[in-house]
Design a protein around this ligand. Structure first.
Ligand code: TYM
Length: 407
């Protein structure tokens, strides 16, 4: 049976990279599955899990008061964009204890070497290398085996990075596998994490092919693999770039707030940020991601927003057709270039598309926050999600422990 899982860290309200790279896809999958559910009843209904991953947020230092607020704001954001707690299981990962338990069990199946090759980890090391103040080498030194891999240097740079950060991708694999997810809608930066989840799933399937308590007679039947290998679902804009530096992706943690547009930005903020967006000095408008990353990124944003708007007005029966609906960045470039408005017109067009799409979302976000203040609505939604998620989580964890010999 089909099962969709994805997650987002509660480290600030989503930016348009999160929205166009993943979150709008969550909503369109939910809505198109609902449409197809209404039209056929033969196959079991696909399950949808969308998780706010507080445990992942803790892998780098967080201010507790800020995290508590951002956790709530993330739930409000997910509802504001159109996720529906009746159709999807929307919940806080940190409220379902099985995630951390499965993390442990899976961590015993992954090598340190495999984890050290993850680009997100290597990125943190690089950052530490560039910014960390030099530290005294530790007493004792590395063993001979470690020395030839150059771990002596690495150890030093790891000093301020947590064990949790290192095993972050294993926790992510646990999130996905706990629900036996078949599809994971994510942006480009998460693809490597998904590959690890697939590897871990395959390793588990191979090492624990069937329950050791299952009678021999029924073992001969060909069983499907215990964990399905989860596939990524990528949008046509899997990597939205920073507005200030079009060689980097848009991120929640970049120091310059003008590098990203947030779900909660008002019209004035949107206008100001787009105005400052880095483009180039060519007069014409053309789509050329290699040569003109700044201009091309704005074109991609316009195309993605228009496709999103087109989808709002038509309900497609194909859950994975989302990316193909609407207009391409190249077409947007041609339209703008033929009207001869240059960069000013390009920026006006991005600004108005953003205002049109984000305006109603921002309004719903504010309404949800008011509703929360009056009636604790978000708490109720979180409780419903926790209950629904726990059912599947308990079931899978029980089976995993049994296969591993813990029952
Ligand atoms: P996070 O919280 O960084 O981002 C949430 C989603 O937004 C996508 N995204 C982007 N897409 C396009 N352009 C960008 N500039 C951009 N920035 C972020 C991300 O790819 C992601 O899909 N490790 C995950 C959270 C996680 C998870 C999971 C995801 C934990 N467990 C299980 C899927 C399945 C993360 O930090 O996403």
């Amino acid at each position: 049976p089909m099962c969709i899982f994805s997650g987002i860290q509660p480290t600030g309200v989503p930016h348009i990279g999160n929205l166009l790279g993943a979150l709008f896809n969550w909503v369109s999958i939910q809505n198109s599955l609902q449409a197809s559910r209404a039209s056929s009843s033969s196959t079991p209904p696909p399950e949808l899990y969308f998780s706010i991953v507080g445990l992942h947020a803790l892998t780098i230092p967080q201010n507790p008061a800020t995290l508590a607020q951002e956790r709530k704001d993330m739930l409000a954001s997910l509802l504001a964009i159109g996720l529906d707690p009746e159709q999807s299981t929307i919940y806080h990962q940190d409220e379902v204890g099985e995630h951390a338990q499965l993390h442990w069990l899976l961590s015993c199946l992954v090598s340190m070497g495999r984890l050290r090759r993850m680009t997100t980890w290597k990125g943190k090391i690089a950052t530490a290398r560039g910014t960390a103040t030099p530290v005294e080498p530790e007493q004792g030194g590395p063993t001979a085996g470690e020395a030839d891999e150059g771990i002596a240097d690495v150890d030093e740079e790891h000093r301020d990075l947590s064990l949790g950060l290192f095993s972050y991708p294993v926790l992510q694999a646990a999130d996905i596998l706990l629900y036996k997810a078949t599809h994971v809608p994510i942006g480009q930066d998460q693809v490597q994490h998904l590959e690890l989840a697939r590897d871990i799933a395959a390793t588990f399937n191979k090492r624990f092919p069937s329950s050791h308590t299952t009678p021999k007679s029924s073992k001969s039947r060909r069983e499907p693999p215990f964990f399905p290998l989860p596939q990524p679902l990528i949008t046509s804009t899997p990597k939205i770039l920073s507005l200030r530096d079009p060689t980097a992706k848009m991120s929640k943690s970049a120091p310059d707030p003008a590098s990203r547009i947030l779900l909660t930005d008002d019209d004035t903020a949107i206008r100001a940020k787009v105005k400052r967006a880095v483009t180039d000095t060519e007069r014409s408008i053309s789509f050329d991601p290699e040569g003109r990353p700044g201009v091309s990124s704005l074109l991609s944003i316009i195309a993605a927003l228009r496709s999103y708007q087109a989808q709002q007005t038509q309900s497609t029966l194909d859950p994975f057709a989302a990316a193909s609906a609407g207009v391409t960045p190249k077409e947007v470039a041609q339209q703008l270039d033929s009207s001869g408005g240059g960069h000013a017109l390009l920026k006006e067009t991005v600004t108005s598309a953003l205002i049109e799409v984000l305006g109603p979302i921002r309004e719903r976000f504010q309404q949800l926050k008011e509703r929360e203040a009056q009636s604790g609505y978000l708490e109720q939604v979180a409780a419903l999600g926790r209950e629904k998620a726990s059912v599947r989580a308990k079931e899978t964890l029980g089976e995993v422990k049994e296969r591993m010999g813990l029952r």
